[in-house]
Ligand binder design. Structure first.
Ligand code: GZL
Length: 327
């Protein structure tokens, strides 16, 4: 019996010791771990692919400054290998905490284990990973993407009442990215309530305006009757508008458009009647991220999941909201 208890007890003591000093080898640098200097955060950003990402980067940088946290920042240009390189560099530099938005869900366990072994806590922000081992990160701060897809689908179900056939083309986000996987899932689930709604084509536009335009041009060539575009973000929806107008059709009328994000250009197009409905996905995660980082570095417990609060916009609501939008 004793030998059964001892390893656990020793393990527990070791765990407590590590967490009490706030992180082993990097204790010398972290203010929260008893070090002298400000907390140092290594942030590995996805890229600069969309208006949402630009606003998210601005939020993280401004909030770090306001919180007195020294920020090391990298832009991975939407490449996972660049994010992994950046995380390894932060481990080498012995930062106090690492935060990142995983460009795709898979392939993170090895580098997250390296961070764990270096006693550097990791915070997931914006997008999730598919790691089974929840001890590889302290918390995940970001939206519920399935709910976002459901809100988009529920609006279309209401708008499709009385119609015999509603053909939808879907512009997916980056292949393998949590928001792309989940927004597709949530939308598909919601539109089951209206069998006349059919997704006749679905392809990735990689969350970019140019990607959305190129894919929409192909959809228009190969599908004679398109009633609705469901774009996983505003930027691809804005690219689709360009393609629709180039084809001599009226976006928002001949072909309705539903998007996700609610960045300024999207809300403007919504107010102008070119988009019909937008589900908000807030990029303003900076303040919450810095609060979580201070707690984590100080060895305090934090919730495993922090879901950001968001709303939706119709064309009328967009006109009223535009003057107050922060991004
Ligand atoms: C969602 C975020 C997505 C946005 C896109 O939280 O990861 O990535 O919806 C962005 O605009 O490119």
């Amino acid at each position: 019996m004793l030998n059964k208890i001892l390893p656990v007890a020793v393990g527990a003591v070791a765990l407590v010791a590590l967490s009490a000093c706030g992180g082993g080898s990097n204790a010398a640098t972290g203010a929260g771990a008893g070090g002298k200097g400000p907390i140092v955060m290594g942030f590995a950003q996805v890229g600069a692919e969309s208006g949402w990402r630009t606003a998210n980067t601005k939020s993280v940088q401004e909030s770090a400054k306001a919180a007195g946290i020294t920020l090391k920042f990298s832009d991975a240009q939407q490449k996972q290998e660049n994010q992994i390189k950046a995380i390894r560099s932060y481990i080498q530099q012995k930062v106090d905490v690492i935060a990142f938005s995983p460009v795709v869900e898979t392939g993170w366990d090895t580098v997250l284990l390296e961070a764990k072994r270096a006693n550097i806590p990791v915070i997931l922000t914006d997008r999730a990973v598919d790691s089974e081992d929840k001890t590889l990160y302290k918390t995940f701060l970001g939206s519920d993407f399935v709910a976002e897809g459901k809100k988009a689908g529920e609006w279309l179900v209401k708008d499709s009442q009385g119609k015999s056939e509603v053909n939808v083309v879907e512009l997916q986000g980056t292949t393998g990215a949590a928001p792309a996987i989940d927004r597709k899932e949530g939308f598909a689930e919601a539109v089951k309530a209206a069998p006349q709604i059919k997704v006749i084509a679905s392809q990735t536009g990689d969350f970019t305006r140019s990607g959305g335009k190129q894919v929409m041009e192909a959809f228009l060539k190969s599908n004679p009757k398109i009633d609705v575009v469901y774009a996983h973000n505003d930027d691809m929806g804005l690219g689709a508008i360009e393609a629709i107008e180039a084809a001599g059709k009226v976006p928002g009328k001949d072909i309705k458009i539903i998007t996700v994000d609610a960045v300024h250009d999207g809300v403007q197009a919504l107010a102008d009647g070119k988009i019909n409905y937008i589900v908000e996905c807030s990029p303003l995660l900076g303040d919450q991220l810095m609060d979580l980082a201070k707690k984590v570095v100080a060895g305090q417990s934090v919730p495993e999941r922090v879901v950001t609060q968001e709303t939706t916009f119709t064309q009328e609501q967009a006109k009223a909201a535009l003057p107050q939008r922060k991004y």
